[in-house]
Design a protein around this ligand. Sequence first.
Ligand SMILES: [Mn+2]
Length: 276
Amino acid sequence: MGSAGKVPGADLGARKLKERIAFDGEVCDAGDIIPAVDPGTRKGLRNLDRVLDVSTRLRDLASEAFGTGCFVLNIAGDHSCALGSIAAACEAFGPEHFGILYLDAHGDINTPESSPSGNIHGMSLAAALGFGDPELQSVAPVKALPDHVIFVGTRALDPPEQELAEREGMGVIPAHDIREQGVEAALAQIRAFVQERGIRHLHFSIDIDVVDPGEAPGTGVREKRGISAEEFLAIVRAVRDMEILCSADLVEFIPALDREGRTEHLCHEVLDYFIS
Ligand SMILES: [Mn+2]
């Protein structure tokens, strides 16, 4: 679905990416989640009911998959749905040893009070951690621990998000640090973070907007000075190889905004890492 973001069209991106996946005995298709609720604004939150519908259904599908020992890969439109995949993973594995690596230009830890845009895709992680709108929070019966969240590649944390991240002890590795100090330094920080907190089950939420818009223009909320495509792929590969991943999201690819298929190509490389 693509209804909780600023720019429409992310649902088409998910569909396009999925077309090229070969489903066999190893890789199962749990199906598509098509919004069943009309768009509309309630409590000042655009498409609140749609987000509740889609993320709840995703949560239930993912829970079922975790129950059979599967790795869950959520290819989706806008990032609001991560509320569902995170909620399912946290419930399946329990919060104590569960963590979230959020590879995104943004933090998505706004609340209705702090959000400059009112778009729910900037609030989904907050809700999974127990902040913000109670209805959104109710999608996650078991809340993930805020200090088990690490942001990587961020460059657009709003001031209230920054405050929340600091207050709650979340990890932050900004895009700037990765560009200055290199990928290896970032990976060492990620490994230390995971180890210190005893994280054994990691949800990897990948927003393609983490990559510099010069190399990945096909996304709705572009932020300058991102990490390079090469740095991005190196991080995705290394995190996958940590062998503690239980689930991942790949979101926010919008084909209509892409140029020469650059963003699509990057998304396919990511999917190959997880599927092959
Ligand atoms: Mn983002």
